[in-house]
Write a protein that binds this ligand. Structure first.
Ligand SMILES: [Zn+2]
Length: 208
């Protein structure tokens, strides 16, 4: 298709065209096979075909969205809730010591397919993944960034006030004393992991 045609299309028409040609939509509709780990009415979790590490999972919204801003807040929440579950399963079953939860949001960020996805990548010591360079910012640059961020906050004030009011109303439930105890690091339990759990979790997907 010529780029002129694309320019004359509305954003919803472009989305429809993307959807038709989307590999991940075809995976979701089972036209293309995948190593499925989990599926419900809103999301599907599969093993990445080019994993950064063993157990690298991709969480896909079943509906086609290209980038994060298009996704309804409620679904964003559900995607992260799923990431939390998958991360917990990976920590238990693969005896890894952490997970990186990662979104490439837009082409410049390394997004390769036009279907939004959340990566959950198991981490092990010395795996050399995600070694981000550290860039020093001078004060002028920091001020500029801070200025932009403060602009973002303004429209939310009403919402914040509402949330604070709601919080105040449910206060009696909370016990802030417990937090300090939870913050202490827990002993490493990786030695106790049952390898059979992995098979159960991945439904034999590793062989495919
Ligand atoms: Zn898609």
């Amino acid at each position: 298709m010529a780029s002129d045609d694309l320019q004359n299309m509305s954003s919803s028409e472009i989305l429809e065209l993307q959807k038709k040609n989307c590999i991940f939509c075809k995976i979701i509709s089972k036209e293309i096979p995948s190593n499925e780990i989990y599926s419900d009415d809103r999301v599907m979790v599969i093993l990445d075909i080019n994993p950064a590490a063993e157990g690298h999972c991709i969480i896909l919204p079943k509906q086609h969205y290209q980038i994060l801003p298009q996704i309804p807040d409620e679904l964003v929440g559900y995607l992260f809730k799923t990431a939390k579950k998958i991360s917990k399963s990976l920590l238990k079953s693969l005896a890894v010591q952490g997970t990186t939860i990662f979104v490439a949001n837009g082409g410049l960020a390394g997004q390769k397919a036009p279907h939004f996805m959340l990566h959950v990548i198991p981490r092990k010591p010395g795996d050399l993944l995600f070694r981000l360079p550290k860039n020093n910012m001078d004060e002028k640059e920091l001020d500029a960034v801070q200025g932009l961020l403060s602009l973002m906050k303004k429209p939310e004030k009403k919402q914040q006030a509402k949330e604070q009011k709601e919080k105040a109303e449910e206060k009696p439930k909370k016990k802030p004393v417990k937090k300090e105890r939870e913050a202490k690091p827990k002993p490493d339990k990786s030695a106790k992991v049952n390898i059979d759990d992995i098979a159960g979790l991945f439904l034999g997907g590793k062989n495919g």
